[in-house]
Ligand binder design. Structure first.
Ligand SMILES: NC(=O)c1ccc[n+]([C@@H]2O[C@H](COP(=O)([O-])OP(=O)(O)OC[C@H]3O[C@@H](n4cnc5c(N)ncnc54)[C@H](O)[C@@H]3O)[C@@H](O)[C@H]2O)c1
Length: 333
């Protein structure tokens, strides 16, 4: 692999939704980025290829097609480029798919996280590992309660996905104690926006509504989510990266929007953005789903000034605009 400018940031899952946005912003602010992704086909590989093409068109971006569970490969990459900062986003995401394909979660999430921990611990002058956790570690909570705070026990994951994410936090905690390098785990709350993930509800609804098909609304529409716009998430990730904890410390921070929106209100906002009313079929809750999640973001705010700006109505308009440009109003396969 060719060489890249000094002090690159390693971004895993760079062809993914959040990774693509983070890598783009890092390069825009003058950093060099090394991206890793295994380009798996969990969802439309053409979308991952298009994100990667965006990144490959930029100076100061290098791509390695690699599985994060390849611990030797990751370690060599980190050492040969003198990587001191890592944003680890590669994972098998999604709650429902963990019912179908549990071992993908073990390999990508557990073994993958351990690879990144090992690579960080062996890196010279290592500064900071920022990694993706998930709001799913909080389990279930009735609508109308206060937002989740990081201090709340996260002992009862309701899906294998959540269990792997919580396990990653615990592995990080032990590595911080044992080897003393700074780490931040970010508990993301439903991220959405242009270049988003086709397996997420707002994306699937858009595809169906444009195709004139009915949408299935699970949990009878009673679920509420903290929808966080991608640009706001990137602000929070880079704010965290730039403000590492002390040597040896591991912290876990919520990163969300903190203004929960009911599923039916989200659908209304999407219908408005599309200018089409959806035909809706109401369905019961699915295994592993949680009724309501939203973040108490005061810790991240105090540390970095993080303040989400984009309201759901605006963010969905931007998503729909991107969708129409990218897919030309046609449903992807
Ligand atoms: N988007 C959200 O709402 C959300 C919410 C909570 C947590 N997260 C977490 O944030 C991170 C990024 O999520 P995203 O929405 O960008 O998902 P994504 O699926 O779009 O991105 C993940 C990327 O990682 C790659 N990848 C998966 N397994 C890999 C492996 N073993 N080796 C190398 N690459 C691999 C995939 O090909 C993909 O491009 C994930 O860790 C996810 O669990 C996301």
């Amino acid at each position: 692999m060719e060489n890249i400018a000094k002090d690159p940031v390693l971004v895993t899952g760079a062809a993914g939704f959040i990774g693509h946005a983070v890598a783009t912003r890092l390069i825009a602010r003058g950093e060099s980025v090394i991206g890793i992704d295994n380009l798996n086909d969990y969802y439309d590989p053409a979308l991952k290829a298009a994100r990667l093409a965006n990144l490959n068109a930029l100076d100061n971006f290098l791509f390695a097609e690699m599985d994060v569970s390849d611990d030797a490969g990751v370690k060599t990459l980190v050492q040969s480029h003198g990587v001191q900062r890592i944003i680890h986003l590669a994972a098998q995401a999604g709650v429902r798919y963990s019912i179908e394909n549990p071992f993908a979660y073990q390999k990508s999430n557990l073994q993958g996280h351990l690879s990144l921990l090992e690579a960080s611990r062996h890196a010279a002058n290592f500064q900071h590992l920022v990694y993706a956790s998930s709001s799913s570690v909080y389990g279930d909570k009735p609508i109308g309660g206060a937002g989740f705070t990081e201090e709340e026990p996260a002992t009862d994951p309701v899906s294998l996905y959540a269990a792997t994410k919580r396990s990653c936090e615990l592995m990080s905690q032990s590595y911080a104690k044992l080897y003393g390098f700074p780490q931040t785990g970010l508990r993301f709350f439903t991220v959405y926006g242009p270049w988003g993930r086709p397996d997420m509800a707002y994306f699937g609804f858009t595809k169906k509504i444009l195709a004139g098909e009915a949408i299935e609304v699970y949990g009878e529409g009673k679920m509420a989510r903290d929808f966080t716009y991608i640009d706001d998430i990137v602000d929070g990730i880079l704010g965290s990266l730039d403000n590492p904890p002390d040597q040896g410390a591991h912290r876990v921070l919520n990163i969300g929007d903190s203004r929960p929106v009911g599923l039916m209100d989200m659908i209304k906002a999407l219908e408005n953005a599309l200018g089409i009313e959806a035909e809706k079929i109401m369905r019961p809750m699915q295994p592993g789903d949680v009724t309501s999640t939203y973040a108490d973001i005061s810790k991240l705010h105090a540390l970095t000034g993080y303040e989400p700006e984009v309201m759901l109505e605006d963010g969905l308009k931007r998503f729909v605009q991107w969708y129409r440009e990218f897919y030309g109003n046609l449903a992807p396969d």
